[in-house]
Design a protein around this ligand. Structure first.
Ligand code: SF4
Length: 309
């Protein structure tokens, strides 16, 4: 299977064969016309390199047009410590799942799993954050459940069928929307599954990064009312400056502000909401988070940091 996978991604010969065929049709005249241009470009590149060494910093085009380099002769250098926002790739489910994400061929994606007497629901791998501590950076599974979805996000029907396969769900304490992604990316599925779970008599909880309004470009709080019995917002830090380097929201520091506003809207709309932090952030930071939560008017839940999974 592994070889089969490799074959799947191996570039086919078509592209290069096509290029060779075109080269074969090239006339001598074309080649002669092209060669001086290539030589000229090589010279320009060589000169550009030499100029860079003498701090002139001009591109070949700038040299040709005899222009000043963009940003002046000494443009600011890029800081290699600043990480590129890799959200585009995250959105395509490419930068998670750890090293084992393509292992265990033939395994089924996990839409629902059971932990600590709760029923957990994994709706998506999309996330607006790229938290440095996220389990999915390291592995495709969580306590043996493959939450890295190799076959796409499930429909509400697939999730409901998976829950139905577990038998009587009244034995669980609650149904929690929490997996390897941000559940509010899938509002339609979340609503349908929450309604179904409620109809079976089970309470619901949403674990969220609180950026659902930015993600959906609308206020989603009214859609949670009556469907979600507890919204748990992962606060993670007491300020945007502290949050962003750890959680790396695709919305920049606006992600933190939107999360606070989201919690405020939940409270205002009568949706039961709390913030949560892990205890390893230090007493001072926990105290600062508590003050922030009090300001918003929602409780703060301090939970133990889980190291093994
Ligand atoms: S918000 Fe949650 S799912 Fe998203 S990167 Fe952070 S820990 Fe992972």
């Amino acid at each position: 299977m592994k070889n089969g996978k490799n074959n799947e991604f191996r570039p086919t010969g078509g592209g290069s064969a096509g290029k060779n065929a075109a080269a074969g049709r090239e006339t001598r005249e074309n080649r002669e016309n092209r060669e001086p241009r290539e030589r000229r470009e090589n010279r320009e590149i060589r000169e550009a390199r030499e100029n860079r060494e003498t701090h002139e910093n001009r591109t070949p085009r700038e040299m040709r047009e005899n222009r000043e380099p963009r940003g002046g002769k000494n443009p600011p250098q890029k800081d290699s410590r600043v990480r590129k926002n890799t959200f585009v790739e995250r959105d395509k489910n490419k930068n998670g799942g750890g090293r084992d994400k393509n292992n265990a061929d033939g395994r089924k994606d996990t839409y629902v799993y059971v932990l600590d007497g709760n029923l957990y629901i994994n709706l998506t791998n999309k996330c607006s954050n790229g938290c440095s501590f996220c389990v999915r950076n390291e592995r495709a599974s969580y306590y043996g459940n493959y939450l890295w979805l190799r076959h796409g996000d499930p429909t509400a029907e697939k999730v409901i069928a998976a829950i139905g396969g577990l038998g009587d769900i009244k034995r669980f304490k609650e149904a929690v929307f929490c997996g390897f992604g941000e559940p509010t990316y899938k509002m339609a599925e979340l609503a349908a599954v929450a309604d179904w779970v409620h109809a079976q008599g089970l309470p619901t909880r949403l674990n969220t990064n609180g950026q659902g309004n930015l993600i959906n470009k609308r206020d989603i709080v009214p859609e949670l009312k009556g469907r979600i019995d507890l919204v748990n917002v992962s606060l993670n830090a007491s300020s945007a400056e502290k949050y962003q380097p750890i959680c790396r929201s695709m919305f920049g520091e606006n992600g933190f502000a939107a999360m606070i506003e989201f919690a405020r809207l939940c409270k205002r709309n009568g949706v039961n909401c709390r913030f949560s932090v892990v205890d390893c952030i230090g007493e001072e930071e926990v105290a600062a988070c508590k003050r922030l939560a009090e300001g918003v008017g929602v409780p703060l839940y301090v939970r133990k940091y889980i190291t093994d999974s």
